[in-house]
Write a protein that binds this ligand. Sequence first.
Ligand SMILES: Nc1ncnc2c1ncn2[C@@H]1O[C@H](COP(=O)(O)OP(=O)(O)OP(=O)(O)O)[C@@H](O)[C@H]1O
Length: 523
Amino acid sequence: MNRTFSLRRKVKKSEISTPSNFEHRIHAGFDARTGTYTGLPKQWQALLGPPRSISRPKPMVDPSCITPVDVAELKTVIRGPSSRYNSPLPFGVTNSPLPSVARSNSLRISATASPVVNVSATRQSFRPSLPPVSQRGYPFNDPSYAPLPLRNQRPPTTTTTTFGVESPRQSHHQITTIVAPPSRTMTPQMQPKLPSTPQTVRQQPKSTEGVSDEEFRNALRFVVDSTDPRSDLTDYKQIGEGSTGVVDAAYKISTKQIVAVKRMNLKKQQRRELLFNEVSILRQYQHPNIVRFFSSHLVDDDLWVVMEFMEGGSLTDIVTATRMTEPQIATISRQVLSALDFLHARKVIHRDIKSDSILLKRDGTVKLSDFGFCGQLSEEVPRRRSLVGTPYWTAAEVIAREPYDTRADIWSFGVMLIEMVEGEPPFFNDQPFQAMKRIRDEPEARFSRHAKVSLELTDLLSHCIVKDINQRWSSKDLLHHRFFTKAQHSSSIAPLLLQLQGNTINGNVPSAHHSTQISTVIQ
Ligand SMILES: Nc1ncnc2c1ncn2[C@@H]1O[C@H](COP(=O)(O)OP(=O)(O)OP(=O)(O)O)[C@@H](O)[C@H]1O
């Protein structure tokens, strides 16, 4: 016993010196602007996957049509519910011609009752400082980009829209005319004076003056309600953020209802004339599978759109969290096709169909939202040309700068079918430009070999993602596809939402409880 004790005492403690010549080689952090981890060793980064796989891609707008306004930072939505971060403005600006509303998204309804808004623009006043092309993701200033013809096809020769190349045929200054649809809530006093002849979009004589913020605000005032929504709204909670603005849930005092309020700053838009779409499409086109519009307002520099609150979240939340069954896919996609069929019959192209644009009610009803990039076709303009959409979902003919129509949405719908099966669109690990090249040049995407999908679903996809637009089915035809015999009542989706979301709330709640309940749903 004594011996052991003495041995222990003899063991000498080893000395640990303080660090010397210390080098700080790894400094990891999280960049909230890009939604990526920074400074990670390569091996760790590989485990996380490339940054593209975690960030939600943003829609792109033809840069030759970017509105000449001061542009601040735009936003990125990160995959997964409630994770949203800023990212730098991704859109290039070129010296290309001024926007012509003949090519713009603005709705042009030829009805004589439509208010007419004259908008003049100058591109020279608009020179925001942008990060290098490589950092922006979209290839708008890349000379090798413009324009991308389909493989084995000659580039269109008549287009005046080019990327990074100035068209000699267009002047630097133009006045364009936006004919916005009439406001249902417009009083006779608010109705603008209308010209005696029916309006069509036309080019006006040159102007050297840009549209001031005040002029634009006045134009928008014609199509929104004159009331101040703030007196009837309370308990705002931010629930989302997109490329055009932020979305809050709020309590509407008069109707004792939770609503969604989309707030878009007029000064922070890529193409602010697209804001007319946000107001007009939702108001004009009501359908059980389109998000319900309540009202729109101008509040200082913001356009507010008050709409129904979709407490079930977006389809993106579902496809990224779980593997859906075919009956669930059929139930959701049939409702999306119903909305598309309704819009297409009215010659409206949505142009941004993707899981993020599909919102759900708690009861499983599926509704189409996000109408900021719509294009209206007409007798005079049966097809569009401008590059609008989110790269991975964009149809081959849109990327190839060929004239396109409502069938471009069907391609994107097909990509969304792949999302519902595989959790993400094809080429999602590629940078947007690379993905767009692959969409254009490679054979049409199909379900992966490992995805166990039925013959019916495989067949449905082959009628959506097909480069020959004459082979592509319309939404009406697709609704009769045999895959939809698997569709069930929308309520069959409710358990899936409950499982994913946990707590949900009723959109019609008593005022005494509304704030706690809003917080519950939007955690
Ligand atoms: N009516 C609504 N109810 C509930 N959430 C909504 C509603 N409208 C939009 N959101 C959520 O707010 C977020 C941003 O909305 P939205 O996509 O309309 O903005 P955006 O700027 O048009 O986006 P994008 O970048 O796709 O164009 C989305 O995550 C969406 O899920």
